[in-house]
Design a protein around this ligand. Sequence first.
Ligand SMILES: C[S@@+](CC[C@H](N)C(=O)[O-])C[C@H]1O[C@@H](n2cnc3c(N)ncnc32)[C@H](O)[C@@H]1O
Length: 255
Amino acid sequence: MLRRQCDAGDTLLPRLRLLSRTTAMRIDVLTLFPAMFAGPLDESIIQRARAEGLLDVAIHNLRDYTHDRHRTVDDKPFGGGPGMLLKPEPIFEAVETLAGDRARVILLTPAGRTFRQALARELAREAHLLLICGSYEGVDERVRQALVDDELSIGDYVLTNGALPAMVVIDAVARLLPGVLGDDESSRDESFSHGLLEYPQYTRPAEFRGMKVPEVLLSGNHAETEKWRREEATKKTKERRPDLAGGKWGDGVVG
Ligand SMILES: C[S@@+](CC[C@H](N)C(=O)[O-])C[C@H]1O[C@@H](n2cnc3c(N)ncnc32)[C@H](O)[C@@H]1O
């Protein structure tokens, strides 16, 4: 269903004025749970990006790459131990069918390197990603050895399968594609873009339940506003995330 909607969306004119790439980014996902993707990919900015032909996502059921009557995708681990592992054969066949020449093949696994904004930016420059979602106790090691370019973890916790991590990666990457956010500036000055967390933000009313918006933001003085934001972002980052690179506002992308 996702694929079909995406094809329909491809016929709409992309917002050419914002596009620096000539074709949509393609993301293929290999999963045992295709239905999990329906909500997140069919709402909000991601849905719009797909409808406008900026992002082309296809979800594939791993069981479609099996050849036995029971559509078997898993088996017991050699050497014993709890649970089941995803077998290599269906994953190899799927990746060999879907990857083409250019896909960057990514395995979602708690043992991978941590997914961060800098990596989201790097992935947003790729033409084609293929995300492999593990299930049960994970995947046969030979998948990692022979098929995979990157192994990514979305954090130090264990989820039931790779569908949510894949959706996190898709969401973080898609919003960085040219033309996807309404205002392309909005992904430039946000948390992590400069190795800093974002400064505090306010909207109307200027006073709410006795809490006032800082004067400088009401002053209309752009230089002072920028200085205040830089200082607040630096202070917040030092307090909350001293591990971040701690760049200066305007340094460019750090982390
Ligand atoms: C229950 S987990 C397997 C955990 C594995 N036995 C281990 O100890 O590392 C099943 C699948 O969920 C996905 N997964 C779970 N947590 C994840 C995380 N933090 N980041 C990325 N993928 C994750 C992976 O695809 C994994 O193969």
